[in-house]
Design a protein around this ligand. Structure first.
Ligand SMILES: [Cu+2]
Ligand SMILES: [Zn+2]
Length: 177
């Protein structure tokens, strides 16, 4: 009897441990302020952890303007300025919202549009963002080789009345490797 319990425990471990170990390692992205002149100082990190049916984002950010900010995965791994309508623009090299299915629609997290649409980032009166965010329907692989972007304004997850939720300028960015 004892032997068989020991055996089944060993077999259970053999099944459970490799599955757990196969879980991808968290990614920590350093976020920096960005302007048309380039990448500025670091304001902290966002750690991305793989969950059961999505990911958890753990921001540890400071020195941001209080309030809600549009927050997305952009398609290219760069936070450099680039030309937009003939004008040098902050973090423009990161390109558009990550949209692997080519939906061309800004619909918010899990909305069936851009896969890079994340929950709004909430910044406290002290300028800090520390609230964990759960995002379903994405994996760690969706974040690799991309940029995380924080915008000056909020996000209504619609292309009306303004394109891309009206988040406006790109104020902070980090490359996710
Ligand atoms: Cu964005
Ligand atoms: Zn979008």
């Amino acid at each position: 009897m004892k032997t068989s319990i020991a055996m089944s425990t060993a077999m259970l471990c053999a099944l459970v441990v490799p599955a757990y170990a196969a879980k991808s390692k968290p990614i920590t992205v350093t976020m920096n302020l960005v302007t048309a002149d380039g990448v500025g100082k670091s304001i902290g990190t966002i750690t991305i952890k793989e969950g059961k049916d999505g990911v958890t984002l753990e921001p540890k950010l400071k020195d941001l303007p209080p309030g809600e900010h549009g927050f997305h995965v952009h398609e290219k791994p760069s936070c450099d300025p680039a030309d937009k309508d003939g004008k040098k623009t902050a973090a423009q090299a990161a390109g558009a919202h990550y949209d692997p299915e080519g939906t061309k629609a800004h619909k918010g997290p899990g909305g069936g549009g851009h896969k890079g649409d994340m929950p709004k980032l909430v910044v406290s009166d002290k300028g800090e963002a520390k609230e964990k965010m759960e995002v379903k329907g994405v994996t760690l692989a969706d974040f690799q080789g991309k940029a995380l972007m924080i915008h000056a304004g909020g996000d209504n997850y619609s292309d009306a009345p303004k394109p891309l939720g009206g988040g406006g300028e790109r104020i902070a960015c980090g490359v996710s490797k």
